[in-house]
Design a protein. Sequence first.
Length: 290
Amino acid sequence: MIVSKKPFLIDTHAHLSMLDEFYVRFSTQQRTPGEFPGTEALINGLFTEGFGGILDIGTQAGDLPGRIAAFSRFERVRFSAGLWPDPKNIAGRRELVAQLEAHIAAVPAGLVVAVGECGLDHHQELPSGTALDKAGETELLEMLLDLAGRLRLPIIIHSRDAPEETAAVLARHSEVHGVIHCFSYGKEEVRKFLDLGYYISFAGNVTYKNASNLREALLFVPQDRLLLETDSPFLAPVPHRGKPANPGMVVENYVLAAELCGIGLMALGERIAENAESLFRLALSPHNAF
Ligand SMILES: [Zn+2]
């Protein structure tokens, strides 16, 4: 049992190294980013208040060493390493996957708990006159699934406008399990990914007024396969929508999910912590939180 009266909150998907830049951009655009003390101070504050943990997510081959240097001093931050399926990563996939693997090998054991994010994105805006190399994109994903299999790590999947294609690739790699992060489909697709053994994670957009399909999908996910995330600095949940997101805002996802599922916030906190623990082996159990 958790001793504290606060729910145990984990943000299973945040891009910590993007927060500072996002806030600066918001400020220079003269929009109101909200109170922001800087990423380090923000994380310090969260953990001082008993925040459960953050999984910091990689998207580029070279980003891991800098992220480890900046955030591994926080006891309750863990890391993933991956290649987002942008044209540059697709074109350079052979060298970049090798580089990623070398960077993961150089990190002290236990800090990198997943491969990703990676996946298929058929929604991305490309420079005019260029088309997405879909075969290359699929091959990049396959290479990262192979890497996850070799390292015996779970995989974090980004999938946008490509549910069938994503499911087909994952089905070919049944030795690897993971999570469909920032789930963006409906309940039919939920079933497909659940059948493949995947966890389903919902980001801040599940709180948006027009996202009833996501809330319907969430209700379809068994509680032992559910994860919650911010995808910070993107997709700030209501009532912060339009501002840069930070991991602390994940509480809004927990409140919404607890309401939808008809369970208490404390119970949901324990449940999500258990799920994150069994998928990522985070070593961030609520029992040694405070
Ligand atoms: Zn992300």
